[in-house]
Design a protein around this ligand. Structure first.
Ligand code: F6R
Length: 588
């Protein structure tokens, strides 16, 4: 789970391009970084521990070079040290490689090549060593990379360079890698924003494929070496969309973008939505799956399908899903949700479903991502790049799409669209400067607390779980979400005088119940933050949200996103890059 970047072409400032590209990919990993270029004398590698965003161009030897590779790391094998940072070199220093993924058979390859020849603790280092070995046996650089790739077990996206060869060679199995095609130049990156400033034309590398870039581009199959034809895809994202703009952090920018992103999410081909609604109706067993925030959205969708479409669907977190294979058959449908479209557990869930012949529908934000391409049908969120590690705008777009599909199943697609258009405009009104200031005040009041609890009921229960994820990852305060009615079965013992408790309330049939549960918390001394369309005397703080009926999760989750953001900032954390986390989790 790292970011990789490569450049080859007419520009002579490849190091500068690579630094900028890695900075755009920093959300994928920020333990350490490194760059390699080819100079006349040698392959020059510069790497160190720390964040690439803090690296300055002056710190680099930026000898003119028209080719470079770079990496920003989220450590898996081997601690966070300069030596373990990528790129890694072969023993004779002729080959440099950056890698995203995990090589499962690296111990075996190390043994074979002689353990004493390795200087890092990483799995990656075996790759340049293997390539150099095959080169020394007389293979061309291309054949050596292909042969080495054939030996690797596990998941990888790799980019390799060889001293004195004007070529970038990349291979992929399971981890993302995209070729940006410019005029007489090529880019390689784990994600499109890394090169969006230079080109919007891309080729997606598929699993078990490699690409050789020099003055031309050549795609081939790793196994057989056969050429592969690729379609050039134009990406409809603006470079500014991947920029912080006027905001201090991407997280705040992305929260504020929810004024527009819900509109974009519901602006779908309606025939396709009807087709999907019919597919769910026809399926014999529909399952929903995703991880983290996308999982909590899928869980909310269970309620949408039940309340709106009167249809039973089954949610399981993607990491747990494969065990459900007993219930899958060719007529089943699995709906997976993923912002990045690259999450390893989701891919595993999909493969469990496919093994049983079931169909897969995906809802993703990143077009052309692995999950989108491996699905039978895919819906695109159109939320634009989401760069903060904590997912915000993607989540509300996912909720909107599920609500739209559930409405279509009930035969009320237009009503669903109207409701969501109203939600979007009410969110626009809600996200005003006074609202933000108030939430900052609430955050200020609880920022030194050690524990926070969030309760919700019905479709706001999964949102309570989502609220806990947001607060945990951005503020590092212990946070837990509960089904409001479950409190009295144990968790209420945790409440002390002043413990902040957030109640997610909607104007719906369960309002009376959750208000009662909130009163029970208050009676034990809790400091109550009510997120609700209506004021209630039990609230110590009231965060007013619009009354949007069944769509309440879309408006209730936004104040919690903001609260988590301000808690993080007030506690001195970087909300965009929480410790120990990375944006897309491409390992199991
Ligand atoms: C939390 C968060 C994660 C992701 C999860 C799935 O804020 O961002 O929990 O939701 O890692 O990621 P995607 O949606 O890319 O599959």
């Amino acid at each position: 789970m790292c970011g990789i970047f490569g450049y080859i072409g007419g520009r002579k400032n490849s190091v500068e391009l690579t630094i900028k590209g890695l900075q755009m990919l920093e959300y994928r990993g920020y333990d350490s970084w490194g760059i390699a270029t080819d100079t006349e004398a040698e392959l020059k590698v510069q790497k160190k521990v720390g964040k690439i965003s803090e690296a300055k161009l002056e710190d680099f030897s930026t000898e003119q070079s028209q080719l470079a590779i770079g990496h920003t790391r989220w450590a898996t094998h081997g601690g966070v040290t300069d030596v373990n940072a990528h790129p890694h070199l072969s023993g004779d220093k002729s080959v440099a490689v950056v890698h995203n993924g995990i090589i499962e058979n690296y111990q075996e390859i190390r043994e074979e090549l002689g353990r004493e020849n390795f200087i890092s603790d990483t799995d990656t280092e075996v790759i340049p060593h293997l390539i150099a070995k095959y080169r020394n046996e007389g293979m061309s650089f291309k054949e050596a990379v292909r042969e080495a790739s054939k030996r690797l077990q596990g998941r990888y996206a790799i980019v390799a360079i060889n001293h004195n060869e004007h070529q970038l060679i990349a291979a992929r199995r399971g981890s993302p890698l995209i070729v940006g095609v410019g005029e007489h130049e090529f880019f390689l990156a784990s994600d499109i924003p890394a090169f969006l400033e230079y080109t919007q034309d891309v080729n997606y590398l598929d699993d078990d494929e490699m690409v050789v870039l020099d003055e031309t581009v050549e795609f081939l199959k790793i196994d057989t070496g056969e050429p592969v034809e690729k379609r050039l895809v134009n990406i409809d994202w603006k470079a500014e969309a991947a920029d912080k703009g006027e905001y201090d952090h991407f997280m705040l920018k992305e929260i504020m973008e929810q004024k527009d992103t819900i509109h974009r999410a519901i602006n779908q081909d309606l025939d396709q939505i009807m087709h999907i609604a019919q597919t769910i109706k026809n399926a014999k067993g529909t399952f929903l799956s995703g991880c983290g925030t996308a999982g909590k959205v899928s869980m909310t969708a269970e309620y949408f399908f039940s309340i709106i479409a009167k249809r039973h669907v089954n949610f399981a977190p993607a990491s747990e899903f494969p065990i459900y294979h007993h219930f899958l058959r060719p007529e089943s449908l699995l709906i997976v949700v993923s912002q990045s479209g690259e999450t390893a557990d989701v891919l595993e869930a999909m493969s469990a479903a496919k093994k049983k012949g079931a169909k897969v529908l995906s809802i993703v934000n990143v077009e052309g991502s692995t999950i989108a391409r491996q699905s039978d049908y895919s819906l695109h969120l159109k939320a634009g790049p989401e760069k903060a590690v904590a997912s915000t705008k993607a989540a509300t777009s996912q909720l909107a799409l599920f609500l739209l599909i559930a409405s279509a199943m009930r035969g009320e697609l237009q009503e669903g669209r109207r409701l969501l258009a109203d939600v979007a405009s009410q969110i626009n009104d809600m996200l005003n400067p006074r609202f933000l200031d108030y939430i900052k005040e609430v955050a200020q009041a609880i920022k030194d607390q050690e524990n926070t609890y969030i309760i919700g009921k019905a479709q706001n229960y999964p949102m309570a779980l989502e609220a806990a994820i947001k607060i945990q990852e951005v503020s590092y305060i212990h946070a837990e979400g509960f089904a409001a009615g479950e409190l009295k079965h144990g968790p209420i013992a945790l409440i002390e005088k002043g413990t902040p408790c957030i109640s997610l309330i909607a104007n719906d049939e369960v309002k009376g119940d959750i208000i009662n549960n909130t009163i029970e918390l208050k009676a034990r001394g809790a400091h109550i933050i009510g997120i609700s369309p209506e004021k209630h005397e039990v609230f110590d703080e009231w965060i007013k949200v619009p009354d949007v009926g069944v769509a309440s999760p879309l408006v209730n989750v936004i104040p919690v996103q903001l609260l988590a953001y301000y808690l993080g900032v007030l506690r001195g954390n970087d909300p965009d890059m929480p410790r120990n986390l990375a944006k897309s989790v491409t390992v199991k």
